[in-house]
Design a protein around this ligand. Sequence first.
Ligand code: DGL
Length: 263
Amino acid sequence: MKKPSIIHHPSSIISNTPTKVGVFDSGAGGLTVVKSLLKHRLFDEIIYYGDTARVPYGPKDPATITRYALEALEFFKNFEIDLMITACNSVSAHALPELRAKASFPIYGVIEPGVLALKNAGLPNSSRILILGTRATIGSGRYQNEISRLGFSNIEALSPSLFVPLVEEGIFSGELLQSALDHYFADLTPPDAIILGCTHFPLIADAIRDYFPNRPLLIHSGEAIAEHLESSGFTPERAKETELRIFSSDNPEALKEIAKKWL
Ligand code: DGL
């Protein structure tokens, strides 16, 4: 395991609640979730682990994704974390039962909070809902099933795979992104809400929203999990610093550079 990078951000915690969280993602994308956790000031310590040696998880099969996630769980066992968040939607879609069965701390995924955020938005059941995620996430049907259980029937699910490498290249606007948006969205009826069901998509949220003339509501996994934790009693009480320690399975310096840009 490579040496960690340590970055400090102002934050706050409450006493008698979990303060040390492990955040896991297939790579850098989960930093979008870390950004929300920092903004909401929920923890005094965040241990981030990105499996940068094996990203992307999205095209891999469920058994492989689950095996990788269980290996990440072993990694976090070294840190005495109070809870773990799987920032990765693909992991949240496939590996939560296995992770929970093997962990001694609570494990949160991002799909359930995202669906709750949609529910809390109070849109009419006739609304058009567009779910964007990796092939693994969309293939699991998790978002589709949970959203249809809320009473929505106008649901479309897409895997705009090209968005992931574009974001990794730091392309958040411009012609290339516009071509990719056209490629996936040109034939769609404008949705009323879009689930950003992939860690990378919040970084191009503005371009995705602006593509549609009605500027649909966007559901962001990071904001959704932070709000979900807050509504479960994680209310900040005293100012403190959040220590963010970043680990990866490959090239931690590159991940540190991305963290400096994204956070
Ligand atoms: N983190 C992944 C997710 O949210 C996206 C990148 C990947 O395919 O690994 O599903």
